[in-house]
Design a protein around this ligand. Structure first.
Ligand code: BG6
Length: 510
């Protein structure tokens, strides 16, 4: 049977010859993200899709490097982080198209040199003046780079058929005002159609599958509304702390802004959105933004009741957050956050959405769980037995990519005893192939010019409106207080207090 060729992930289905030639320019090329994610994604894309003659890469950073040194560093990074081993002979060939340019973000004169370098690399590798600029730099450098690119004219395509695109990594600002300011600066130099605000969760296979599951099947969609759903729980838990020198960044972010403002509100938007009119970028993003705008900002009283914040302490070899490099000894930054939100529209009014995220938790796990209401007439349970295992639909993003449904079944034997069982779909067993990394998907979409899986300006701003209401209240009232939690636990002891149902609590992660 031929595979379903829906055009949702258009670029993902591009034939190699349909992928345009492109010079991929990474600012911050000596950084951690380049080594761990961007370089492996470019390498795997080129290898798996036969793009080695179409792509060329220019790393840009302030540290001096020769092309050869840069290639050696990238080779080390690929050995360490690339999925599926390294094809040395392929890399020998492809690496000849990887180059390096020293430049400082703030130095205007360096951009003139960059412009000339791009022109000569375009000629050398036949990139047809198509360029993607990827900003993998700290937030405070973004505006300088955008301004300088604009001043030397690198923001505009050279010729009608060529393209220039700009990929911006989060954080998109640190609150609503700064996000609006950043968006204004970006839009002074680039059109919205050139901007790709990246959120790597949107490139994850299970997240993409969420749309197929909901809108490509007839069984789930009729159930996803306030008539059938009791609550939705979204978890992104990590066992890691502040590895890879992340302390200084995290001190400026905290769990709320690092994960909830972007990845988790995107997951919420995808599970709650209405069916889009088409699979086009505008239709999908219009529906997502409607959901984000339907989440009422929290009042200070709600923040106190409906949010929890925590910070991990140390134990054994695991240092406390406040002992991590680059973190203040009296830091009040939250490494755990949980919030209860609502989506005030006809579909979801009255259904609580619980979001929790944290570092140094008991497992690395991300999932969306939809918990259904019990059936109104219960033949198998007595009315005085309120503790039930509810039916639930769980989309597991990490570690086992898949979807499962939990329903009750009869335990074999003479007595009518019920037990919850799982109807389970796992990518690994159904497709027998490893999913590509999220970054591979998203970089290909950028090169092919499909912005569906990127965040539009209004989405980012709508998410900030919600997050600001929580953060401003935390700052103004200090409530709820920051609770300490031990590493490898499920967060602060009071994390269950968001549930008004006395039997409610976070679902166990499988
Ligand atoms: C990043 C956050 O966006 O996502 C990190 O900045 C976090 O703090 C990471 O560790 C989690 O991504 P994943 O794909 O490992 O769940």
């Amino acid at each position: 049977m031929p595979a379903l060729q829906a055009d949702l992930f258009g670029a993902g289905l591009c034939e190699p010859e349909e992928v345009p030639a492109c010079l991929f320019v990474v600012f911050g090329a000596t950084g951690d993200l380049m080594a761990r994610k961007i370089a492996p994604a470019l390498y795997n894309l080129a290898r798996d899709r036969d793009l080695a003659d179409r792509l060329a890469v220019l790393g840009v950073a302030r540290r001096p490097r020769s092309d050869e040194q840069f290639r050696q560093e990238m080779l080390q990074a690929l050995r360490q982080y690339s999925r599926g081993g390294l094809d040395e002979s392929f890399w020998q060939r492809f690496s000849q198209r990887w180059h390096y340019q020293t430049a400082r973000a703030q130095k205007h004169e360096h951009y003139e040199a960059l412009r000339q370098r791009l022109t000569s690399l375009d000629r050398l590798h036949g990139c047809q003046c198509n360029r993607v600029f990827y900003l993998s730099v700290s937030a405070d450098l973004v505006e300088d780079i955008v301004l300088n690119l604009g001043e030397v004219g690198l923001n505009r395509p050279r010729g009608d058929d060529a393209f220039v695109r700009l990929v911006v990594e989060k954080p998109f600002g640190h609150d609503l005002d700064s996000a609006c300011r950043l968006n204004r600066t970006l839009l002074e130099h680039f059109d919205e159609s050139q901007l790709y605000r990246i959120d790597h969760y949107l490139g994850k296979e299970t997240v993409l599958n969420l749309l197929v599951l909901r809108f490509g099947n007839s069984v789930f969609e009729p159930l996803l509304n306030r008539h059938h759903v009791a609550r939705v729980e979204i978890t992104t838990a990590e066992t890691s702390g502040m590895e890879a020198r992340r302390g200084p960044y995290y001190e400026q972010a905290g769990a709320l802004r690092d994960m909830i403002q972007n990845h988790m509100l995107q997951l919420l938007a995808l599970i709650a959105m209405d069916v889009p009119g088409s699979l086009g970028a505008q239709a999908i993003r219009d529906e997502k933004v409607k959901v984000l705008r339907s989440i009422p900002p929290l009042t200070p009283e709600q923040v106190q009741r409906w949010t929890v914040r925590g910070q991990y302490v140390g134990e054994g070899d695991i240092p406390a957050y406040t002992r991590e490099p680059g973190v203040a000894a009296d830091s009040q930054v939250e490494t755990y956050a949980a919030v209860r939100l609502s989506v005030d529209n006809r579909r979801w009014a009255g259904v609580p959405f619980y979001l929790r995220t944290g570092k140094r938790l008991a497992a690395k796990a991300s999932q969306i769980a939809v918990i259904f209401r019990p059936e109104p007439v219960s033949l198998f349970y007595s009315a005085d037995c309120p503790i039930r295992s509810p039916n639930r639909l769980v989309l597991s993003i990490t570690p086992d990519e898949g979807v499962y449904l939990v329903v009750d079944a009869k335990v074999p034997g003479p007595r009518m005893m019920l037990r919850p069982v799982k109807l389970d779909f796992r990518y690994e067993s159904s497709f027998q192939s490893a999913s590509p990394e999220a970054y591979e998907h998203l970089l290909l979409e950028t090169i092919c010019g499909d912005p569906t899986l990127f965040i539009r300006r209004d989405e980012a701003e709508a998410a900030w409106r919600v997050v600001d209401s929580i953060r401003n209240s935390w700052l103004a009232t200090g409530l709820p207080t920051l609770e300490k939690y031990p590493p490898l636990s499920w967060g602060p002891a009071s994390a269950d207090r968001l549930f008004e149902d006395p039997y409610g609590g976070w679902l166990a992660i499988r």
